[in-house]
Design a protein around this ligand. Structure first.
Ligand SMILES: *Cc1c(COP(=O)(O)O)cnc(C)c1O
Length: 216
């Protein structure tokens, strides 16, 4: 099942778009099957959960953090991840930079945008993205390479406006910072719309692994 789903999705997705497998709650065995079917990037929401899977997977993949990062998890996050997609404050950017500089690691980061202006959601408000980008640009060992957004939990057509807004911010930033090249948006129900609006990383969980048992 996982193998077939991955192969079908990879056939449908344009070649410039990376399919990230969102692997929260999935076992190492399930993840390995997805990787062996062609997935090259995996995204975890929780640092501790990723840590437990990291050494067991034994596959050459890129690890992205796609959940909110807390300051007390920065050290472990620097060890495991290749890309942090969820930087949303000066404080967390500073902590990451300091930690990565200590270990001589260069970390690619994305800014998470709260495109739906939802109070309970992580991410920076659209009007604060430039300010944070400028700050990250001045930090050692962090490389700002893109933007990520979740958007509100609405259907594919209702979410389009939030993807479009994030894509506009992305295009504006790219003029200033040429190393910016990733726009991460779209999940199992909404990835087609996200790709139409310019996403080049889509994050798929249920479309690859089936329904999650526990709601996270
Ligand atoms: C769980 C999750 C996804 C994938 O969601 P699905 O609807 O299962 O595809 C994508 N991005 C983030 C940040 C997630 O937490």
């Amino acid at each position: 099942m996982i193998e077939k789903r991955v192969k079908d999705i990879l056939k449908k997705v344009p070649p410039n778009v990376t399919v990230l497998a969102a692997t929260k709650t999935r076992s190492v065995d399930e993840i390995r099957r997805a990787v062996d079917a062609g997935i090259k990037v995996i995204g975890e929401n929780y640092v501790q959960e990723a840590y437990e899977k990291y050494n067991n997977l034994q596959r050459d993949v890129e690890w992205h953090l796609i959940g909110h990062l807390q300051k007390n998890k920065v050290k472990k996050a620097c060890e495991i991840f290749d890309v942090i997609e969820t930087v949303d404050s000066v404080k967390i950017a500073d902590a990451l930079s300091r930690r990565c500089a200590n270990t001589d690691k260069n970390m690619d980061v994305l800014i998470e945008v709260n495109s739906g202006r939802e109070e309970q959601k992580a991410g920076v408000l659209p009007e604060h993205v430039h300010e944070l980008a400028e700050h990250i640009h001045g930090l050692e060992n962090l490389h700002l390479v893109g933007l990520m957004t979740m958007g509100p939990a609405v259907g594919p057509e209702e979410i389009r406006q939030y993807f479009r807004l994030t894509a506009e911010l992305y295009e504006t930033l790219r003029k200033e910072y040429p190393e910016i090249r990733y726009l991460s948006m779209g999940m199992s129900d909404t990835w087609q719309v996200a790709v139409e609006e310019g996403a080049n990383i889509i994050r798929l969980g249920t479309a690859i692994f089936g329904a999650r048992k526990s709601k996270k």
